[in-house]
Write a protein that binds this ligand. Structure first.
Ligand SMILES: *Cc1c(COP(=O)(O)O)cnc(C)c1O
Length: 497
């Protein structure tokens, strides 16, 4: 069976039809995953640049010197924004997770003494740190020492200090957020960085989501405590361009205060018969497309443009915050320091039903499940393109409908059943059964499952599950989703066990 060529029109039509099932990337109603500046011309320019550079390879800057120039200019722009001293250097990566992975890997590998002694490195993290750090801990075998945050959801300085001082020698990194994804608040960066500096430990600020907002918020006269390289003890910062710089997907910047701090991030290998492999990131061959897209968008928007976009999105946040304060049913979990809101329900409704009702109105909010004894919330990342008045109206309608319906009720037998499940011992058959019971069995055609019309029940059930059980179930779900679409049926006799 062979792959018959499609005509260009067929290719375009098929892609367009497939994309029509996706959430809208523009319009400001998708309040997670995507960020829309609402500037159609800039967007088009960004895409043109991605396309123009799609085939280039950032692997070798001597072969594609223009890619190096674009990277150095984007890094320079980021340095300007984040009060970086002249010594600061950086790297453009594929996204926030890659920036975080490299920050952790570099911190680990800077400590050859620990490696030689066979001692496992550790890093101290507030419990609200992005899960990318836990992925890094997993990949690089760095112990994650997770410290509970205070009642205000910010890193607890005394607890962070105690955690560092419990074993300063083995501590290779301390990290904080500006702001945290889940609650939208900025950690006490200066205080935590001082703790790290006192012990000669690196301090990374994860500003993946706030790094392109907070400096402009400050210029607009809003209260933003110091968190950039202005703070002495900060050694590295990550900022995603594909979030609030409104660049196309696929770029983040990782800055280090000095080249020496960045050095262990680099990988070189000349010990094979091919080219000497020199890599600055996890990727080796690396499209110049996303970088060129980000460069185009940064330059097209400029400082005044970002100031304006930041004013718009923060005005929107103010509008939603004021409305939620007057709204029975939902409450802010913490006053937002940036563009992210976390809302909790008061018992007259639940956040999962509110999310379903919002979806009915074509607004996507992201449920965040119970964690560390704290109730589930609804996450809203506003964009400059978000119509805050429209969002407020939708929230009012959704909450009224959710109160009318009442919270999702789960049968006590099911609650007991879920509580008794041990994720470590669940086999594939049981997982298949559980997924089917949740309405999450994969489609027979290898495509996405027809998800339940309303996700409230699924979310309410997942909310009862432990983090380990959620991981097991959703990993099984993802595994079932990822099945090749074959033209020729493969011989099942040849498949492995
Ligand atoms: C989005 C985000 C990340 C991870 O970034 P990706 O681009 O999704 O890989 C890390 N930290 C924070 C605070 C984020 O908001």
């Amino acid at each position: 069976m062979s792959l018959e060529p499609m005509s260009p029109d067929e290719v375009r039509a098929r892609l367009a039809r497939l994309q029509s099932d996706d959430l809208p990337t523009h319009g400001g109603r998708t309040l997670a995953y995507v960020y829309d500046g609402g500037l159609a011309d800039v967007d088009r320019l960004g895409r043109e640049a991605v396309a123009a550079y799609a085939a280039t390879n950032g692997l070798d800057p001597t072969a594609f010197p223009s890619v190096l120039t674009l990277e150095n200019e984007v890094v320079g722009r980021t340095c300007d924004l984040l009060d970086a001293p002249a010594s600061t250097v950086g790297t453009v990566t594929s996204g926030g997770t890659e920036s975080v992975l490299l920050a952790v890997q570099g911190a680990r590998d800077a400590r050859g003494d620990l490696r030689e002694a066979g001692v496992r490195p550790r890093m101290v993290l507030p419990s609200t740190i992005h899960a990318a750090f836990l992925k890094a801990a997993h990949y690089y075998d760095v112990e994650a020492v997770v410290v509970p945050v205070g009642a205000d959801f910010r890193a607890d300085v005394d607890a962070m200090r105690a955690a560092v001082e419990a074993d300063p020698h083995r501590t290779v990194l301390v990290a904080v957020s500006a702001p945290s994804y889940a609650h939208g608040v900025v950690d006490p960066v200066a205080e935590v960085a001082a703790v790290a500096a006192a012990h000669g430990v690196r301090c990374h600020v994860d500003a993946c989501i706030g790094g392109w907002v907070l400096p402009y918020a400050r210029r607009l006269g809003r209260a933003v405590p110091p968190w950039t390289f202005e703070v002495e003890g900060v050694t590295s910062i990550s900022v995603d361009l594909h979030k609030y710089a409104y660049a196309p997907k696929g770029t983040s910047v990782l800055l280090h205060r000095t080249p020496a701090l960045r050095r262990p991030q680099y990988f070189a290998n000349a010990d094979w018969p091919g080219y000497t492999m020199l890599n600055t990131t996890l990727q080796s061959t690396k499209s110049g497309g996303p970088l060129a897209g980000a460069w185009a968008v940064l330059n097209a928007i400029g400082d005044d443009g970002y100031l304006d976009l930041t004013r718009r999105v923060l005005d929107g946040v103010d509008t939603v915050v004021a409305a939620v304060r007057d709204l029975d049913g939902l409450a802010l979990v913490a006053p937002p320091d940036s563009t992210l809101l976390a809302l909790a329900a008061d018992g007259s409704c639940d956040v999962f039903t509110v999310a379903d009702e919002l979806a009915e109105l074509d607004w996507l909010a992201q449920p965040q499940l119970t964690h560390a004894g704290r109730p589930p919330t609804l996450h809203l990342s506003l964009s400059a393109a978000t119509d805050a008045t429209g969002l407020v109206a939708a929230l009012r309608t959704a909450v009224a409908a959710a109160r009318e319906r009442g919270p999702v009720r789960i049968d006590p037998d099911v609650v007991a059943f879920v509580a008794a499940l041990d994720p470590a011992t669940l086999g594939d058959e049981e997982l298949d059964g559980l997924l089917a019971a949740l309405g999450l069995a994969a489609g027979a055609d290898g495509g996405a499952p027809a998800l339940p019309e309303r996700m409230g029940e699924v979310n309410a059930l997942l909310d009862l599950a432990s983090p380990r059980l959620r991981e097991a179930l959703l990993t099984a779900f993802l595994d079932r989703l990822a099945r090749p679409v074959r033209l020729a049926p493969a011989d099942p006799a040849e498949s492995g066990g």
